[in-house]
Design a protein around this ligand. Structure first.
Ligand code: AKG
Ligand code: FE2
Length: 355
């Protein structure tokens, strides 16, 4: 099996799922973590917080601000409700993503993340970028696209079928940007910073990537991960999750807690960038996705990062004697490049930047 690894990396999980015999998963996908435990506690000590964004922005929304701050500090993620995006639009985004992944392979491969069928590039359709021979792969295929800055889009890898895909992704990018701004303002406010202190870090060159994840069913969910444990290297991530199939789990107080399906909500996740800028006050959580033995699952993930040339570092106002600086300064693009390497090795990028 060993010699087949590189090749496996360029095979699509969707195909593997159809041909898998039922007894075993391909070796490159088998997770070797000896402490691997895939069940979450039946009665977790606490549950994923839900924040009403409309209440948060109101002048009498003090209770919501307390919940919001606690969610960011002790969980690093929350379900956002009353975010202003109509549910019919969110359904359209998920439906288009599903339609894309259900297209025949030859159609999808027109947008492949491979050059000449071999060399990996960042954007496009495919599965894990293979950087090491002994890398453990994730049970998912994805389409990864730069959405902002709009003038830097690589339209050659933006699907043309379904026909409304590009327009809808464009609109979804703008709408998630609005929500991002609202959340960044609230993040600054609860830390008593100038309201635009975080927002201003995201200039017109800030990057937003969309990652459409498709997790085919897997007959041996006990052997693989849909997505192995990781934290996001973005500054902030906004996710639209499958409406029916759960699978995402977050590490909280040494427990793996299920992130339940919650209709019409968006999941907001603190990325390493915000953890660094907030000097560790807001937490970038470790999370993972379990495979499902019967059902496919989808998610549409919008990663926001700073301008690749901009430095990522703790804000001066959040450093003092009681809270010394916790992270080194790093250029955003260097952090992201490191993340691709460390993710493949199952390591946490942020650990390399702690002081
Ligand atoms: O599919 C999900 O629920 C989570 C996806 C995720 O964590 C990621 O793409 O970074
Ligand atoms: Fe993630």
């Amino acid at each position: 099996m060993e010699e087949g690894k590189k090749e496996m990396g360029s095979r699509l999980v969707q195909e593997l799922a159809m041909t898998m015999s039922g007894r075993d998963a391909p070796t490159s996908y088998i997770q070797r973590d000896p402490d691997r435990q895939i069940n979450s506690p039946l009665h977790p000590s606490s549950q994923v917080p839900v924040i009403d964004l409309n209440r948060l922005s109101q002048s009498d929304g003090a209770d919501e601000s307390v919940k919001f701050r606690d969610a960011l500090q002790s969980w690093g993620l929350f379900h956002a409700v009353n975010h202003g995006i109509p549910s019919s639009f969110l359904d359209e985004v998920l439906n288009l993503a599903r339609e894309f992944f259900h297209l025949p392979l030859e159609e999808k491969q027109k947008f492949a993340n491979l050059i000449n069928g071999k060399e990996f590039k960042l954007e496009g359709y495919g599965n894990d970028i293979v950087v090491r021979d002994d890398q453990t792969l994730d049970w998912n295929d994805r389409l990864y696209l730069l959405v902002q800055p709009e003038d830097q889009r690589n339209l050659d890898v933006w699907p043309t079928i379904p026909v409304s895909f590009r327009d809808v992704l464009h609109t979804f990018g703008r709408k998630t940007q609005t929500i991002r701004t609202q959340i960044l303002r609230a993040m600054a406010k609860v830390l008593e910073l100038k309201e635009d202190r975080f927002v201003n870090q995201f200039d017109e060159k800030a990057n937003m990537y969309a990652r459409f994840n498709y997790y085919p069913h897997c007959k041996r969910p006990d052997l693989v991960f849909g997505l192995k444990p990781h934290a996001d290297a973005s500054a902030m991530t906004i996710l639209l999750l499958d409406k029916e199939v759960a699978g995402l789990q977050v590490r909280n107080n040494a427990e793996w807690v299920d992130v339940p399906v919650l209709s019409d909500s968006l999941l907001v996740v603190v990325g390493d960038g915000i953890e660094i800028m907030s000097n560790g006050i807001y937490k970038s959580p470790i999370h993972r996705v379990l495979a499902n033995s019967e059902k496919e699952r989808l998610s549409v993930v919008m990663f926001s990062a700073l301008d690749p040339e901009k430095n990522l570092e703790p804000l001066d106002e959040l450093i003092d004697e009681t809270r010394p600086r916790m992270y080194k300064t790093v250029k955003t693009k260097d952090y992201l490049a490191d993340h691709f390497k460390y993710f493949a090795e199952g390591k946490r990028t942020l650990d390399f930047y702690k002081i």
